[in-house]
Design a protein around this ligand. Structure first.
Ligand code: PSV
Ligand code: MN
Ligand code: MN
Length: 387
């Protein structure tokens, strides 16, 4: 076994939250592809997510998106999750699918619209109280398309005021997690475009406000692991939305486009004390438009586990010594040795030793679950995207 037992102990602490919206029909602005067997309601989304955890042991919680996952009784949904061996996690707000928000939501110049957006977040906090969720995740579509369209400075001030009203309502153990994204759907300016803006806004709120880093939300070539390092150093990295991108907000399977980038990111998480640390939540934010959804999520969490194992293999003492002596090639070699280590066989053996399938992808395929949902479920719902 290449992986030391201390590393396996660390790996057993890994928890990756799944997005409920990964299981519904999704697509692009060109086409939403319907798939057989997709969930018809939030309960079925949770059942599907539970399959990922059952086969991998890696995904013990599911994030909700309101209003996509609105149900008459959240305690029923919570019970359903627990009966299926998972928990309800982060609650994501949605201020991007309402005509009122065409020119902005919490940054809008009209106090009525701002209040509507604030009230939506307060409703999300009420839901969190019922689901037992800790995190309210806010991604805003707010921004402008044309220079002069609105006053960027006033929008920052209104953003602060609105977030303050939301923050005030948080319970003692709840958090406001502010996600940034450099463009889209606004193209000239975005009100929370980068980690610096998110950091400035959450710092002004207080200790219970932190930043969410979505790996797909940066300009090409951005050194994302540097941002990870800096946010951890500042104590403000609250969570990750993992996914892969080739061009834009692609939301493809994490580790698919650039496994080395994922490795480098996790390396900085480990270095900064953010691994197996409840204050830094690992989540997926993905859609499976052309591939099947449950196995798409299984592949995703396995990719994260694999790169985590490799990152944990870096010989930190040797690396520190090489860095201190200015041995550039030795230092780089230590990192690359870990990255090039094939851990898949070890992980399969280790999974089996813990009562999990050695190969979760084929175990899921053989389980009959996919065939069953494809037969039983008629008229599945859309994830909410790409309509
Ligand atoms: C929109 O860019 C987005 O993909 C954000 O990443 C959010 O986290 C996600 O939608 C769900 O609201
Ligand atoms: Mn995201
Ligand atoms: Mn996104």
């Amino acid at each position: 076994m290449t992986i030391p037992s201390a590393t396996l102990d660390l790996l057993s602490q890994q928890a990756i939250e799944l997005p409920s919206w990964a299981f519904g029909n999704s697509g692009t602005r060109f086409k939403v592809f319907g798939q057989a067997g997709v969930p018809r309601d939030p309960f079925e989304k949770i059942s599907d997510a539970a399959q990922v955890h059952k086969h991998t042991g890696l995904a013990p919680s599911v994030a909700l998106h309101i209003p996509w996952d609105k149900v008459p009784s959240y305690s029923d949904l919570r019970r359903h999750a627990e009966d299926n061996g998972v928990k309800l996690g982060t609650v994501n707000s949605n201020t991007f699918q309402d005509d009122d928000y065409k020119l902005g939501s919490v940054t809008h110049s009209d106090p009525r619209i701002r209040q509507k957006a604030i009230d939506h977040h307060l409703e999300c906090i009420d839901i969190m109280n019922e689901t037992g969720s800790r995190d309210l995740k806010i991604w805003l579509a707010d921004g402008t398309n044309y220079p002069g369209q609105d006053d960027m400075r006033s929008r920052q001030d209104r953003l602060h005021d609105s977030l303050s009203a939301i923050y005030e309502r948080l319970g003692e153990h709840q958090r406001l997690v502010l996600e940034y994204k450099f463009f889209e759907p606004a193209f000239y300016h975005t009100d929370v475009p980068d980690w610096g803006t998110s950091y400035a806004q959450v710092s002004a709120l207080g200790d219970k406000a932190v930043v969410c880093l979505d790996t797909g939300h940066h300009a090409p070539g951005t050194n994302i692991e540097f941002i990870v390092m800096q946010l951890l150093r500042l104590g403000k990295l609250g969570s990750f939305d993992f996914n892969s991108r080739f061009y834009a907000d692609d939301d493809l399977i994490v580790g698919a486009a650039d496994p080395f980038q994922l490795f480098r990111i996790i390396l900085e998480v480990v270095r900064g004390g953010g691994y197996a640390n409840p204050d830094v939540a690992f989540m997926l934010d993905q859609c499976h438009n052309i591939e099947k959804k449950v196995p798409g999520q299984i592949r995703s969490v396995l990719n994260v586990q694999e790169m985590t194992a490799r990152a944990l293999l870096v010989d930190r003492d040797a690396l520190g010594a090489a860095q201190a002596s200015g041995d550039v090639l030795a230092a780089n070699g230590i990192v690359m040795d870990a990255f090039y280590t094939d851990v898949r066989g070890d992980l399969a053996d280790w999974r089996e030793s813990r009562g999990l399938p050695a190969d979760p992808m084929s175990a899921y395929a053989a389980s009959g679950y996919q065939q069953r949902i494809e037969q039983e479920r008629v008229g599945g719902t859309q994830a909410g995207w790409g309509a």
